[in-house]
Design a protein around this ligand. Structure first.
Ligand SMILES: [Zn+2]
Length: 162
């Protein structure tokens, strides 16, 4: 792949189809593949394939929606809360979401972005994952698990009971 100056008329970018003007800079790959500067391939990955539409909701989206809905119910929920880490002995643990009452933490919500298949083992995971057990021990608080978008209403119900 090399940068060239377009010499011949009627050469089109292989990616977007734009006709390249003579004298314009372009990228040539092998003999017959030419690209305009915007469509220049990176490691053979075309521009259109560099950002794929996400198949499932990210943890951040689940956290954001849960946070928003808790706020709407007047609950003091905070995201990405820095907390004590029993592992390092410092304040460098980041908790996904913490619910506070009068500025005292009352429960932790750990958010996940689980696939359908993983979700089937959820009842077990919910109570026994290493991280959940560790959080309960360290902070002496209930730890809820919100495994995906569908879990948000149930998580809110559980928070409201506290
Ligand atoms: Zn192009």
């Amino acid at each position: 792949m090399r940068t060239i100056t377009v010499k011949y008329q009627n050469e089109c970018c292989l990616e977007c189809g734009k006709t390249l003007a003579v004298g314009e800079l372009a990228t040539r790959e092998k003999k017959d593949r030419i690209f305009c500067p915007e469509c220049k391939p990176i490691n053979n990955c075309p521009v259109k394939d560099r950002i794929k539409y996400p198949e499932r909701h990210s943890e951040a989206e689940i956290e954001a929606l849960l946070w928003h809905q808790l706020q709407q119910k007047g609950i003091d929920a905070r995201l990405q809360v820095t907390a004590y880490s029993s592992k390092s002995g410092g304040n460098n643990n980041k908790l996904d979401l913490v619910v506070f009452k009068n500025k005292a933490a009352i429960c932790i919500v750990e958010c996940k972005s689980w696939s359908d298949s993983y979700y089937r083992v959820y009842p077990y995971r919910r109570n026994n994952s290493k991280q959940i057990v560790k959080y309960r021990e360290t902070y002496n608080l209930p730890v809820l698990l919100c495994g995906r978008m569908d879990d948000i209403p149930k998580t809110i119900e559980d928070v409201l009971l506290m």
